[in-house]
Design a protein around this ligand. Structure first.
Ligand code: TLP
Length: 342
């Protein structure tokens, strides 16, 4: 096992988190009787300044339940073409919700208000009903870019002017809040629904929370059950989420510092590094060789990285990456740079 930069999903629970899981009070959550799940849902909702939360097994289920809750079959959902809910969720929204996507473009995974305006078609029997705008913050395929409220608000205002609901895939919302230096509740405020992941930079083994108004979450709870996401004594894992929200948010700054350090060092070595306006815990590199070749060679030196395109690598810093892991990886990348430029 090497230093694993493939994703912040690879973290393993610390002893303190495991202790919290062992000690969790539990009950049957499908009856609404698991005190730890109830507490997690309340704490997450309160941290995001909204009424209610719904604990789900994964970020994918959080997004899918959100889309099911916002839409009717055949409705149109506007989304950036690089967003996780479209790009990495296997067409699930077409399958479960029966929606039609309207794919938008724009820098850092975020369309401009003009781009949205141009994609809205007039109300007409030929056109689907425009229903939802789905955004992502931080934006994964945009290199972990944190998107500021100054960029989001005009876009959301535009969406509201057509009566669209607005969902945020906030799998890494706390990374965005820490990087932008604002409260997560301020970043969540303009959205009707927000999904957050506990199992990424926050270091919990499993789980996401979908957050919104009380009526929205009451309806979402039905869809979670339909998808098989009613989890009984889920307090065992909710306790890890509660521990993560209480202890692992401020330390995300350390991951961002390490990623920034790596980005600078790698670009000094001659790598083409993609730097978002506000970076967080990811580094993206464009290589002159196939990503698969780099991944194999780096893995021989115990540095695990992932591909984000045929010649693009992604490195993610997280709870289980320390300074030693970073300097080992930089040494391996330095040697690799010499090899590919030789
Ligand atoms: N992202 C994973 C992969 O699926 C790409 C990763 O390693 O980054 N929203 C966003 C923005 C995500 O990045 C992810 C996971 C999800 C949703 C889905 O979360 P899970 O894996 O819990 O279903």
């Amino acid at each position: 096992m090497g230093t694993d930069f493939r994703s912040d999903t690879v973290t393993r629970p610390t002893q303190a988190m495991r202790d919290a899981m062992m000690a969790a009070a539990v009950g049957d959550d499908v009856y609404g009787e698991d005190p730890s799940v109830n507490q997690l849902e309340a704490v997450a909702a309160q941290m995001l300044g909204k009424e209610a939360g719904l604990f789900v097994p994964s970020g994918t289920m959080a997004n899918q339940v959100a889309i099911l809750t916002h839409t009717e079959r055949g409705d149109e959902v506007f989304i950036h073409q690089d967003s996780h809910a479209y790009y990495y969720e296997g067409g699930a929204a077409a399958m479960w919700s029966g929606i039609t996507w309207n794919l938008l473009d724009g820098p850092e995974g975020t369309p401009s208000p003009e781009t949205l305006r141009k994609s809205i078609r007039p109300k007409n029997i030929h056109h689907p009903t425009p229903r939802l705008l789905s955004l992502e913050n931080t934006h994964n395929r945009a290199g972990g870019a944190a998107i500021s409220l100054e960029r989001l608000i005009p876009l959301i205002d535009e969406a509201r002017s057509y009566g669209l609901g607005v969902h945020l895939d906030g799998a890494r919302l706390f990374n965005a809040a820490v990087a932008l230096g604002i409260a997560a509740s301020d970043l969540a405020q303009p959205f009707d629904s927000v999904s957050i992941c506990l199992s990424k930079g926050l270091g919990a083994p499993v789980g996401s929370v979908l957050i919104g108004s009380k009526p929205f979450i009451d309806r979402a709870r039905v869809f979670r059950k339909w998808l098989g996401g009613g989890m009984r004594q889920a307090g065992i894992i909710a306790a890890a989420g509660l521990y993560a929200l209480a202890n692992n948010i401020q330390r995300l700054e350390e991951d961002h510092i390490r990623a920034r350090h790596m980005a600078h060092a790698l670009s000094e070595m001659g790598y083409q590094v993609m730097l978002p306006t506000v970076p967080t815990n990811m580094v993206m590199l464009d290589l002159p060789v196939p990503a698969t070749e780099a991944i194999d060679q780096l893995a021989h030196e115990q540095v695990l990285v992932g591909a984000m395109g045929p010649q693009r690598l992604r490195l993610v810093t997280h709870l289980d990456i320390d300074d030693e892991g970073v300097s080992h990886a930089l040494n391996v990348f330095r040697a690799f740079a010499e090899r590919i430029h030789a």
